[in-house]
Ligand binder design. Structure first.
Ligand SMILES: Cc1cc2nc3c(=O)[nH]c(=O)nc-3n(C[C@H](O)[C@H](O)[C@H](O)COP(=O)(O)OP(=O)(O)OC[C@H]3O[C@@H](n4cnc5c(N)ncnc54)[C@H](O)[C@@H]3O)c2cc1C
Length: 404
């Protein structure tokens, strides 16, 4: 007998977990499949990956009862400064100007994953298959059959709707024959934590440098999160240099606004590419999160965009349940896909254009991009529009993105 579920979510990253939690109060049976054994460690010392959580994502995480558990370790971003090193353009955004307590937050990733895991463990309508890999999908008529491979053998489960949250190289997306645009930026993001002698842990900086954009982000622990997306030709040199030499390189570009760098954490490199699925839905199938779009980390928006996929998809599931429609019917899923189109495309395109403009050394392009930064700084409506995009505010907003 094939075990049947209304919804099977493939992937136990942040987006897959949020999707499972978003189904908690709906009358559906849910399965989640994750290939990696889940082991989240929050007993880290200095080196740990951090993530920027947009204002709207905080709202969503509140609704999922995740935020109360991570709020004490989330550093609020009161101001965001964007500048082009060595040029005149800069934009300064303040939470107070937008009438909010913070533009966003920065948090150590294990805290977020741990809080999600704790919530998932108490979810009554959820069955977890971990570690299991989805290796095949087959049309079962009124459902899809998924083949799961694990150490204990192979099993088959059925779903009215398969949600692929299986990351940027999504094998499910490929299995469904969905083409994806793939652009290798030939850049690698170096991520590390830093300590400054006089950090202001309320301000986030995004600074475009000749080697690539860097960001300095507040953390509650007194450290700063740091990410420098470097052109690949610099990577070997920057990874190999001593901590002191690396700190000096950072200071040469970032300046001494936070004083000296007193500690440099372990550096890790992440290759950067744009991967965008040409379609996000098929009958009984939808891709979300990085499986739908994996974007440059320059604006810290990849996870945030994926969480908004979750919020919108929940609306589709809810309305299909209310009207007793088939959860996997293509017309309903197409309505979901159209609802996500504007937010998704504007961020994917906007970030891609910004990355290309800020790595272009032509003097005309440098003048143009600095004029745009200046205009954004001086025209209140333009700055507010940019702040709202960074915060993830959109209209109409799905229920999970609206404060109670
Ligand atoms: C350097 C860097 C910095 C970033 N900073 C930010 C930031 O500050 N803010 C932000 O919003 N975003 C940021 N991002 C982007 C963010 O990390 C991603 O968008 C987000 O983590 C994607 O989550 P996901 O759940 O969609 O995918 P993933 O985290 O990739 O999860 C996919 C899961 O699916 C599982 N899986 C895959 N295939 C199968 C299968 N066949 N069967 C079962 N399981 C499977 C995998 O094991 C994995 O656990 C950053 C990215 C980078 C590279």
């Amino acid at each position: 007998m094939t075990e049947q579920f209304d919804i099977v979510i493939v992937g136990g990253g942040v987006v897959g977990n949020a999707m499972a939690l978003a189904c908690r109060d709906l009358s559906v049976s849910v399965a989640q499949v994750e290939v990696k054994q889940v082991s989240v460690r929050t007993d880290f010392d200095y080196d740990v990956r951090t993530i920027g959580v947009a204002y709207t994502s905080r709202t969503l995480l509140k609704h999922l009862n995740v935020w109360p558990h991570v709020a004490p370790v989330a550093a609020p971003i009161s101001s965001l400064h964007i500048s082009d090193a060595g040029h005149f353009g800069k934009v300064r955004m303040h939470a107070s100007e937008q009438g909010v307590d913070a533009l966003g937050f920065v948090i150590e990733m294990p805290y977020l994953l741990q809080a999600m895991q704790n919530e998932l463990q108490t979810q009554e309508n959820l069955t977890t298959f971990c570690p299991y890999q989805v290796s095949a999908l087959a049309d079962g008529g009124d459902h899809t059959e998924l083949t799961l491979d694990g150490e204990q053998g192979t099993k088959t489960i059925g779903a009215k709707l398969v949600i692929a949250a299986d990351g940027q190289f999504s094998s499910l997306r490929q299995h469904e024959g969905i083409e994806a645009q793939h652009w290798d930026y030939e850049q690698t993001a170096i991520v590390a934590n830093l300590s400054f002698s006089h950090a202001d842990n309320r301000v986030a900086f995004e600074r475009f440098t000749p080697e690539g954009p860097l960001a300095v982000l507040p953390l509650t622990s007194g450290r700063s999160g740091f990410i420098w997306t470097l052109e690949n030709r610099y990577i070997d040199e920057f990874m190999a240099m001593s901590d002191d030499a690396f700190a000096q390189k950072v200071l040469d570009r970032f300046g001494y606004r936070f004083g000296e760098i007193t500690r440099v954490g372990k550096r890790r490199g992440y290759p950067v590419a744009l991967i965008k699925a040409e379609e996000t839905v098929k009958p009984r199938f939808v891709v979300i999160g990085n499986a739908a779009q994996s974007i440059h980390p320059i604006a810290a928006q990849g996870m945030n965009l994926g969480l908004r996929d979750v919020a919108q998809l929940r609306e589709h599931i809810k309305s299909a349940l209310q009207s007793k429609a088939d959860l996997g019917a293509l017309d309903g899923l197409s309505t979901y896909s159209r609802a996500r189109q504007r937010d998704r495309m504007s961020l994917v395109r906007g970030i891609d254009v910004a990355v290309r403009a800020f790595r272009n050394p032509l003097s005309g392009v440098i003048k143009a991009r600095n004029s745009i930064l200046l205009a954004l700084e001086l025209i209140p409506g333009a700055k507010s529009h940019l702040a709202k995009r960074a915060m993830g505010l959109q209209t109409p907003a799905p229920e999970l993105c609206v404060e109670d």
